[in-house]
Design a protein around this ligand. Structure first.
Ligand code: FAD
Length: 315
């Protein structure tokens, strides 16, 4: 298998990966970055970003990520297409296999592979992506001021998203498959007593409809053992809150992760338990999952990588 040796390898091309590449490039680390299946990361599947500082008029997600890539390349980052398919972090230099055909040995590794939102798997979720379907209330809630939205999920995240949305929207439905909420008691109390929130128990969302974006949701309510009622509700926004899958599988045997797979780092730093291996962005962040927080942690990871390489006398 073809082999190559680098000083600093970055896996992932979202805000965390590109910010790490900008800092690592400017620190003369000659970073190599692999983009993965989704060049530019999650922001390329949305339309306008209105909350990233520096863009008073908002910016298209794909455009913003192209700018980040250009900025990283300007400072010497070698941006390549390819997917990390295996990792050996048992000894330094660490070995990452790309597309099952090439091995990169690296002194410092920045994992910025993101966390993928889970969807129900309905065709309509794809059809209305960016047109009423969202997996992030903090990101898109603002577009639904004084409108009616539905949140799917029964855990703490779904309740948090519903409460956040209730601060903006006219009405919020929570669609819950079970006859109870899985959320903590305090979150349950907050949603069940909130005047703008209505919880629809034992209900499944089975489709969406609308001419130019989401105008309603088709629901099935379970009634007893075998009876069901099909009905629809007019809504403007459909928010998924059924969890995320951190893209950490190949690193799990080496770095510490929580039960969902988020990489656990040391305190507020991006340091994992493997020296010289850093985790940045959503893959290590179950709490905030925003472009700006991902970019911030990418910056920290590159600074840590520079200090690590410098302490080892490698730069
Ligand atoms: P990501 O952007 O998820 O990027 C991960 C990268 O890793 C991708 O390039 C992928 O190809 C790569 N990758 C994964 N596995 C591998 C592998 N094995 N090998 C190589 N590469 C790999 N945030 C905001 O701040 N404002 C918003 O308005 C906003 N809107 C959003 C709208 C939507 C629909 C979604 C889904 C998210 C939105 N977010 C928003 C959240 C924001 O997109 C994320 O917080 C941010 O993109 C996380 O950045 P990241 O760099 O950690 O990972």
């Amino acid at each position: 298998m073809e082999k190559e040796r680098v000083k600093c390898l970055i896996i992932g091309s979202g805000p965390a990966g590109y910010t790490a590449a900008i800092y690592a490039g400017r620190a003369n680390l000659s970073p190599v970055l692999y983009e993965g299946l989704q060049p530019g990361g999650q922001l390329t599947i949305t339309t306008d970003i209105e909350n990233f500082p520096g863009y008073p008029e908002g910016i298209n997600g794909t455009e913003m990520m192209e700018d980040l890539r250009k900025q990283a390349e300007k400072f010497g980052a070698d941006v390549r297409s390819g997917i990390a398919t295996a990792a050996d972090l048992s000894k330094s230099p660490y070995t990452i296999t790309i597309d099952e055909e090439k091995q990169i040995e690296t002194e410092a590794l920045i994992i910025s592979t993101g966390a993928t939102a889970k969807y129900l798997g309905l065709d309509d979720e794809k059809k209305y992506a960016g047109m009423g379907v969202s997996a992030c209330a903090t990101c898109d809630g603002f577009f639904y001021r004084k409108k009616v939205v539905a949140v799917v999920g029964g855990g703490d995240t779904a309740c948090e998203e519903a409460i956040y949305l209730a601060g903006l929207a006219k009405k919020v439905y929570i669609v819950v498959r079970k006859s109870y909420l899985r959320a903590s008691k305090i979150m349950q109390d907050r949603v069940l007593t909130h005047p703008k929130i209505e919880v629809l128990f034992e209900t499944n969302a089975v489709g969406l409809f609308g001419e130019n974006g989401v105008e309603g949701v088709n629901l099935v309510k379970r009634k007893g053992e075998s009876d069901e009622e099909n009905y629809s509700l007019p809504i403007d926004g459909f928010f998924l809150a059924i969890g995320h899958k951190p893209n950490s599988d190949i690193f799990k045997p080496y770095v510490e992760t929580d039960e969902t797979g988020y990489i656990i780092t040391e305190g507020n730093s991006p340091r994992t338990r493997v020296p010289g291996v850093f985790a940045a962005g959503d893959v290590a962040d179950p709490h905030y999952r925003q472009a700006i927080t991902a970019a911030g942690s990418g910056c920290k990871a590159a600074i840590e990588a520079e200090r690590y390489l410098s302490a080892k006398g490698l730069i």
